[in-house]
Design a protein around this ligand. Structure first.
Ligand SMILES: [Zn+2]
Ligand SMILES: [Zn+2]
Length: 362
C-alpha cells in the first residue's frame, strides 16, 4: 500500500457493511472527511473533449429550437431516457448496489442502454461508484466533494486519479461483477459497441428514418443528448453533495436536493448514501412514482424480469433519522398522508428482518 493511503471506510455499500442496529457505521464519519494537498496532472484530451461537447451542445439547443424536425427532438429525449435508465437502474442500482436482481433479458437490455450512455463500462462504473460510497468525502473518493463543487462535478475527470482512489478500488470486492457474463461481455467489447450505440446510430437513424439533416442529427440526439446525460450524473455528485438538507445522516455530505431531483430526476442523495442498497430514490412514494428509473424497476418487477427488490423498513428509517439526522426529517413527512399503511406494508420490507434472520441462523 503506498503512503498517504487512508484505508478507513467512511460509508456503507451493502447491508452487510453496517455495524449498528439502524444500519449505520459505528463511528463518527464526519471526522474522516478530508481533501489533502493534490498535485493536479491534467488530462488535456478529456478537457478538449468536454469543451467541444459543451460548445456543440449550445449549437444543438439552437438547432433544436430553430430547424430540427419534431421527431428529432422527441427521439433525442427518448434516447436520453434509455441511457438514464441504463445507467440509473443498470450500472447504479443493479450492478453497483445490488438493490434488486434481474433476469438475463433485462440485464442485456440495461447493458445496451448503459453502453449507449457512454460513461465507462459497467465494470468500471460500478467499481468507481462503490469506491465513492465506501470512501465518501475522503481522498479515496473519485469525486471527493470536499475538494469543491467543480472538482466533484467534472474536474475529477480532467485530471489523473489520486493513488488513494486506485487503492480504494482495489480493496473492494468485485467478485459479483467478474461472475456476471453480461458485465464481462460488455467490458470485452466496449470499445466496439459504444461508438456505434452512443454516436453512430443516434445520428444515422433520424437521417434515414424521417429525413433529418446530418447536422441536426449529429448535434441534437447525439452531442446535446450525450452532454445532458453526463451533466445529469455529474450534478448528483456535485450539487447534491453540497446543497440541501440531511434528514437521515448529517455526518455525510450528500443531501436531499429537490432542485437536482427536478432536473436530474435523482437527488434524494442523503437517503441514498444512508441506505444505498435500497432500490428506491427516496422513502416518499410520490417522488418514486415520478422517477423513471424507479418506475422502470417496478414495472420490470411486475413482469417478472426484476425480483428481490430491497427496501429499508419505515421503522429503521425513522430510528436512523432520529439518531443521526439533522432534524429536518419532518419536512419530508414520514407520516405524510400519502404514505398509507398499505404502501408501507408493500414497500417496507427486507433489510433489517433479513439481517436479524441471518444473525439468528449464523
Ligand atoms: Zn454520492
Ligand atoms: Zn450510489
Amino acid at each position: 500500500m503506498p503512503p498517504q493511503v487512508d484505508p478507513t471506510i467512511s460509508g456503507v455499500l451493502f447491508e452487510t457493511d453496517t455495524q449498528t442496529e439502524d444500519l449505520g457505521l459505528d463511528q463518527d464519519v464526519s471526522k474522516l472527511k478530508k481533501a489533502g494537498p493534490k498535485q493536479y496532472e491534467y488530462i488535456w484530451g478529456n478537457i478538449a473533449w468536454f469543451l467541444f461537447l459543451h460548445v456543440g451542445s449550445l449549437y444543438g439547443i439552437y438547432l433544436g429550437l430553430t430547424s430540427a424536425k419534431w421527431q428529432t427532438n422527441v427521439f433525442a429525449f427518448l434516447v436520453h431516457l434509455m441511457c438514464a435508465i441504463g445507467i440509473g437502474a443498470g450500472s447504479h442500482r443493479l450492478w453497483t448496489h445490488r438493490s434488486f436482481k434481474a433476469k438475463t433479458p433485462l440485464r442485456v437490455l440495461l447493458m445496451i442502454w448503459q453502453t449507449m450512455g457512454f460513461q465507462d463500462s459497467i465494470f468500471e462504473w460500478a467499481r468507481d461508484h462503490r469506491t465513492h460510497h465506501k470512501y465518501a468525502d475522503t481522498d479515496a473518493d473519485p469525486h471527493n466533494a470536499e475538494r469543491g463543487l467543480f472538482f466533484s462535478h467534472m474536474g475529477w475527470l480532467c485530471c489523473k486519479k489520486n493513488p488513494e482512489v486506485i487503492e480504494g478500488g482495489k480493496r473492494l470486492d468485485l467478485k459479483d461483477l467478474y461472475e456476471d457474463p453480461v458485465v464481462m461481455f460488455q467490458r470485452k467489447h466496449y470499445m466496439k459497441m459504444m461508438p456505434l450505440l452512443c454516436f453512430v446510430l443516434p445520428t444515422v437513424l433520424p437521417v434515414y428514418c424521417w429525413g433529418e439533416s446530418w447536422t441536426n442529427a449529429f448535434f441534437i440526439p447525439t452531442i446535446l443528448r450525450y452532454t445532458i446525460g453526463i451533466n445529469v450524473v455529474w450534478s448528483v455528485n456535485s450539487f447534491a453533495h453540497h446543497f440541501g438538507y440531511r434528514p437521515y445522516d448529517k455526518s455525510l455530505n450528500p443531501r436531499e436536493n429537490i432542485g437536482v431531483w427536478m432536473i436530474c430526476v435523482e437527488g434524494f442523495h442523503n437517503f441514498h448514501h444512508t441506505f444505498p442498497w435500497d432500490y428506491r430514490a427516496t422513502e416518499l412514494p410520490f417522488y418514486n412514482m415520478l422517477t423513471p428509473t424507479i418506475g422502470f424497476i417496478e414495472l420490470m418487477a411486475k413482469i417478472g424480469q426484476a425480483y428481490d427488490l430491497k427496501a429499508v423498513t419505515p421503522d429503521i428509517v425513522k430510528r436512523r433519522s432520529q439518531r443521526t439526522g439533522d432534524g429536518t426529517h419532518h419536512l419530508w413527512g414520514w407520516d405524510d398522508p400519502e404514505f398509507t399503511e398499505k404502501l408501507k406494508s408493500q414497500l417496507g420490507v427486507v433489510s433489517h428482518e433479513a439481517r436479524a434472520e441471518k444473525a439468528k441462523s449464523g
